[in-house]
Design a protein around this ligand. Structure first.
Ligand code: AMP
Ligand code: ZN
Length: 114
């Protein structure tokens, strides 16, 4: 998607601080940290939101969570805990139309979220 900011991050047109990359996904530090650890995990395939997921994406989404577990370990938030969260649509607070999962940790997180 030529006008998608996260596709541009994947193609390295826009720089980012990469913490993990493989053939299917990229994980990079959020530009606006909401917690001491704040990483975005995204598929390299452009999928707009959870509402565009279907059965062909089941393995991809599972992979994203397993990589999230690895990143949590690598960044030292595995023992105290962390949150992996997706915002979907306007009311969900989604501001970038390329599906992404926030990995947040390094402080006590509130529930329910605002
Ligand atoms: P959401 O509000 O769930 O759509 O999350 C989008 C996230 O993308 C926000 O937390 C932004 O801070 C983050 N973001 C936007 N542009 C960039 C960028 N160029 N590099 C890293 N993170 C970004
Ligand atoms: Zn995209």
């Amino acid at each position: 998607m030529s006008d998608c900011i996260f596709c541009k991050i994947i193609s390295k047109e826009i720089p980012s601080s990469v913490v993990y990359e493989d053939d299917r996904i990229l994980a990079f530090k959020d530009i606006s940290l909401a917690a001491p650890v704040h990483v975005l995990i995204i598929p390299k395939q452009h999928i707009s939101s959870v509402m565009d997921l279907n059965l062909e994406h089941v393995d991809l989404i599972g992979h994203i969570f397993l990589v999230g577990k690895k990143i949590a370990r690598d960044l030292g938030v595995d023992s105290k805990g962390f949150r992996i969260v997706n915002n979907c649509g306007e009311d969900g607070g989604q501001t970038v139309g390329h599906i992404h999962f926030h990995l947040l940790g390094g402080r006590g997180l509130q529930w329910p979220p605002g």
